[in-house]
Ligand binder design. Structure first.
Ligand code: ATP
Ligand code: ZN
Length: 216
């Protein structure tokens, strides 16, 4: 009997809502606190609990057939891979809303993306930021950071940042102002671009029908 694997975030902003969505679809799991694998009891769908950043590559690598992750993360990986076909969005979900925004120091006179041509932009989303700036006709120097992007302008390592924002509190705490929204993101269910064996495809179709019922 075929089974499907769905990767979701282990702990973080998307975890509870990803679990709730699947539970609302009638899925029940034999869970254990520290284990990263939850066995699906009533429906042949198992969960993998991982870091959100690992989800796109796990789908592309065939470790799992499905995953729930932010569009920001998925798009970054797809762009980095030259738009490979390994990852396809199946359903946009109703949680994980945030925006990837440009911000500059409060005293800066840069007012929009146009002002960033040739300037340094720090971000943890280099491929996505480069592509969104390019769409706006702007070619900036991307400074790739692993985290704490908001301190880069104060340290003198960037003129602006492109970072995820939901309330703006972090920006204000770091004396930054938001100047332009580059991208609005939500969580989404992704699948593999590879075709699945018929039994798995049937299972996926049944799961998607349940998800659509919940999203209604
Ligand atoms: P992990 O340990 O799994 O790598 P993380 O620290 O990278 O976790 P979270 O902060 O939990 O990730 O964010 C996960 C996703 O939640 C983001 O990629 C984004 O899609 C979404 N999100 C929603 N609101 C925000 C926000 N205000 N800041 C950051 N991410 C947000
Ligand atoms: Zn992460």
């Amino acid at each position: 009997m075929s089974r499907l694997r769905v990767a979701i975030q282990k702990s973080g902003r998307l975890s509870d809502k990803s679990q709730a969505l699947l539970q609302n679809c009638g899925l029940r799991f034999a869970r254990s606190k520290d284990k990263l694998f939850w066995y699906g009891k009533d429906f042949p769908v198992d969960l993998l609990l991982v870091r959100d950043d690992d989800i796109p590559r796990m789908i592309m690598g065939g470790v799992c057939e499905l995953g729930i992750v932010g569009e920001n993360v998925a798009n970054e990986v797809m762009l980095d891979r030259n738009g490979g076909t390994g990852l396809i969005p199946l359903r946009k979900l109703e949680f994980g809303h945030c925006r990837l925004s440009l911000a500059v120091p409060e005293q800066s006179d840069i007012v929009g993306a146009e002002g960033l041509d040739g300037r340094r932009v720090a971000t943890t989303y280099p491929a996505l930021t480069r592509s969104l700036l390019k769409e706006r006709g702007v070619e900036a120097k991307i400074v790739e950071l692993a985290g704490s992007v908001e301190i880069a302008p104060g340290l003198g390592t960037a003129d602006a940042i492109a970072d995820l924002v939901s309330t703006g509190t972090t920006l204000r705490a770091n004396h930054l102002k938001e100047i332009e929204v580059l991208f609005e993101s939500t969580a989404a269910l992704y699948g593999t671009g590879e075709s699945l064996p018929q039994e798995k495809q049937d299972l996926l179709d049944r799961l998607l029908a349940r998800i659509d019922g919940v999203l209604q």
